[in-house]
Design a protein around this ligand. Structure first.
Ligand code: NAD
Length: 339
């Protein structure tokens, strides 16, 4: 396949762990049918720690993303409490993936309690509690460092406002707990306010995270773009996934230094259903659509997006997480047929 100018774009693909390889295969099939001019460079998580990255991710795989500047990532399992760096944290740190963009939209034809969810969470991706800077002070006492910097906060706030402006959004809500975390979340808010002043056309508001959760569950239609520190983003975006039908449906894209775009589903490796042809590939397919839009392959992105929406809306082929009986491959075939 090639672009109008005859070029093929190289992109890195991490199939990942658990259900990752199954749903990555779905994306490859859909891309083939839609004639997407992408050649994948596939990289697998290693079986030993690479001393150059101090993780199971190889140096070569990171170099592949740095070179291609675009990629798609399946979920990667993080063994709890083992002595090496989390794979996802390694990727975020090494590739400077500073913002994680997670759109969340009600799907026409798939009924949940809400039919008006149309929001985007933008998560600071590099610091805060989520960095895992933890140590034992003495036996029985541990300490976790929550580092917030002006540089990272300004960068993600700038991205959120720029995203709002360029995507026809009207409001940015900064989510925080600055009434208690006065220094850290206080600095995050100060940076958001500074950036907000440069965007008078975008409405800016600040919402305390507990109130944000209550309002999201009561009336998610009130939110538009939400920007927040790392750990809050991790939690709130799963909450948002629950509003529209679950983790099988929500895509995301990591934005990194030097224009890197690494798309990935919000969900994890789902070990409970791995290898059974049961996973819903929608979230990874929609993440791949985000990657295509980043590359301005809008025609193919639209065709794939519409085919996914039609398949879910018709309801003939739905996976078990959406109450159906279809397998991963049945659903994938239905999307391919719609394309
Ligand atoms: P999970 O997202 O893997 O699963 C939570 C629940 O959602 C499970 O019941 C699972 O079956 C279901 N689910 C998730 N994705 C689905 C899909 N596409 N189709 C149908 N059902 C789906 O969360 P977890 O069980 O807490 O984590 C499992 C592993 O994944 C852990 O090692 C965790 O660290 C890792 N993880 C990785 C990422 C990532 O790579 N970005 C994100 C979250 C969790």
């Amino acid at each position: 396949f090639s672009t109008a100018s005859g070029e093929t774009v190289r992109a890195t693909l991490f199939p990942g762990d658990g259900i990752g390889p199954e749903i990555a295969e779905s994306v490859k099939q859909v891309f083939n049918v839609a004639g997407v001019p992408i050649e994948w460079e596939e990289h697998y998580v290693g079986t030993e720690v690479d001393p150059r990255t101090e993780s199971f991710l190889t140096w070569e795989s990171l170099e592949s993303v740095r070179r291609n500047k675009v990629g798609l990532k399946g979920p990667m399992a993080t063994p709890i409490g083992k002595g090496h760096r989390s794979l996802n944290l390694t990727l975020r740190k090494e590739l400077g993936l500073y913002a994680n963009v997670r759109p969340c939209n009600s799907l026409p034809g798939y009924k949940t309690r809400y039919d008006d969810v149309n929001l985007v969470t933008i998560r600071e991706n590099t610091e805060g509690e989520y960095s895992g800077l933890e140590h034992q002070v003495v036996r029985g006492v541990v300490e976790s460092l929550k580092i917030i910097t002006r540089q990272a906060s300004l960068r993600v706030a700038e991205y959120a406002f720029h995203y709002a402006k360029t995507n026809g959004r009207e409001r940015v809500s900064a989510i925080h707990k600055a009434n208690i975390m006065r220094k850290t979340d206080g600095l995050f808010l100060k940076c958001c306010r500074e950036v907000a002043e440069k965007y008078p056309e975008i409405v800016y508001e600040e919402v305390i995270i507990d109130n944000c959760c209550m309002t999201l569950v009561k009336n998610p239609g009130l939110f538009d773009v939400l920007v927040m520190p790392n750990l809050y983003g991790d939690i709130i975006s799963d909450l948002c996934a629950g509003l529209i039908g679950g983790l099988g449906l929500t895509p995301s894209c990591n934005i990194g230094e030097g224009g890197i775009c690494l798309a990935e589903a919000v969900h994890g490796s789902a070990p409970d259903i791995a290898g059974k042809n049961l996973a819903n590939p929608t979230a990874l397919m929609l993440s791949a659509v985000m990657m295509l839009r980043h590359l301005q392959f809008n025609n193919q992105a639209d065709r794939i997006h519409n085919a996914i929406l039609q398949t879910i809306s018709e309801g003939k082929f739905r996976t078990a997480d959406l109450g159906g009986k279809a397998s991963t491959s049945d659903f994938t075939k239905a999307v391919c047929d719609h394309i």
